[in-house]
Design a protein around this ligand. Structure first.
Ligand code: HGY
Ligand code: MN
Ligand code: MN
Ligand code: MN
Length: 389
């Protein structure tokens, strides 16, 4: 979903937006056919700065700001929504002071950024940006085996509308404000330098279902054991590599108390400061899991569900924000973001972080002080004013 604040003087070649600004509803990247080719490669060549028309498009790209509205299960109150609310508040602030944008300013809210239901991080922005095909997205299933297509229909949304959004044609620059997810910030607001590479891998451990009471320990082929030892190996390898590895979304079949399970499925979330370290980490974990499976007489299958390369935000744009914000601190993040998707789609992208005194995220303990949130709105308003003047 993107709502637009259109400049008052509209160049003759652009269709006049509907009264009150135009808005495209794009629940999961739906929207009219756009210049993005069906394969998802954004047409029209490299992203342009706000205000210069993208080849093949009659729309003047503007500046888009926003974030996601979904959350992890039992997450905090700031991760995602702070970016959407701050975008709306920053636009309100600019309008109240009488600022007249020279290019459109868009406020966006994206779905399923956490991938909590369908397992694919940044699902909505990936489809909207055309970097994940509608076909692949609609086939993704939740834990109950419900495909995205069916979930959309149940919600009254026509899956046929899912696909690249005109969003790409109008997104000259994207700026995402987000609560800090860590303890790096010494000032209320910081600017992101990069997003760590991030991979999600499904580990399927196969074993032999059997009786929990009559099967001797030496006769078992228990996938739970192989999984447990793999989780310990992942922890050790991540520490050795200075990386991060977390197993989640674990399912056990049949999940009884008196039967040795036949299968355990667990998703590994792995992150590292560079792609090579991430690849080495996965190889080390997979090697130890394979060795353990041989010992246990179990099987192992590893499939990559999603892998995102490092995102280095354009230094020119990053430094421009630091300048506007009188020398705000610059820091990397190990968290994935919609901003990373748009950066991968060759859109000039930047991020602002609002200080989190607890440093905790993906938990109800996630927090940001009111004053720091207000400083974040001021910073975003100043950045939008600079980019859309
Ligand atoms: O999981 C992440 O890195 C982000 O918070 N979605
Ligand atoms: Mn998150
Ligand atoms: Mn987030
Ligand atoms: Mn984000």
């Amino acid at each position: 979903m993107i709502a637009w604040w259109e400049p008052r003087e509209k160049p003759a070649h652009r269709p006049a937006p509907r009264a009150g600004g135009s808005s495209e509803t794009s629940p999961v990247g739906t929207g009219a056919a756009s210049s993005v080719s069906p394969g998802g490669e954004p047409a029209g060549g490299p992203a342009s700065r706000p205000g210069t028309r993208r080849a093949g498009s009659s729309l003047v790209p503007g500046v888009v700001t926003g974030s996601h509205l979904d959350s992890v299960i039992d997450g905090g109150a700031f991760d995602g929504p702070l970016g959407v609310v701050s975008a709306l508040a920053a636009v309100d602030q600019l309008r109240a002071e009488g600022f007249e944008p020279g290019v459109p300013i868009g406020v966006g809210a994206f779905v399923e950024e956490e991938g909590s239901r369908f397992g694919m991080p940044c699902l909505g922005s990936r489809v909207a940006a055309g970097v994940l095909s509608a076909e692949k997205a609609l086939a993704l299933q939740d834990r109950a085996g419900v495909p995205l297509a069916a979930a959309l229909e149940q919600a009254g949304i026509d899956p046929a509308g899912v696909g690249p959004s005109p969003l790409l044609q109008r997104m000259g620059t994207f700026v995402e404000l987000h609560v800090e997810q860590g303890r790096g910030l010494t000032a209320p607001v910081g600017v992101a330098s990069s997003i760590w590479p991030h991979g999600r891998f499904r580990f399927t451990f196969g074993g032999e279902a059997n009786h929990a009471g009559t099967t001797l320990m030496e006769d078992r082929h228990d996938p739970m054991l192989t999984y447990a030892m793999t989780a310990l190996a992942a922890n050790k390898q991540a520490r050795l590599a200075g990386a991060r590895a977390t197993f989640g979304r674990v399912s056990v079949e049949p999940n009884g108390t008196n039967a040795v399970p036949s299968q355990v499925t667990a998703w590994l979330d792995a992150r590292a400061a560079d792609t090579e370290t991430l690849e080495l980490l996965l190889a080390a974990i997979t090697k130890q899991a394979t060795e353990r499976a041989e010992r246990d007489g179990t099987t192992l299958e590893v499939t990559a569900e999603s892998v995102s390369p490092i995102v280095n935000f354009p230094t020119g744009l990053r430094d421009r924000l630091v300048g506007v914000l009188d020398g705000a601190p610059v820091l990397p993040t190990g968290a994935g973001h919609d901003a990373g998707v748009f950066s991968d789609a060759a859109i000039p992208t930047a991020m602002l972080f609002v200080r989190n005194p607890t440093g905790i995220s993906h938990s109800p303990a996630e927090y940001a002080e009111q004053d720091d949130c207000l400083a974040g709105v001021d910073a975003l308003a100043a950045v939008l004013k600079d980019l859309a003047k």
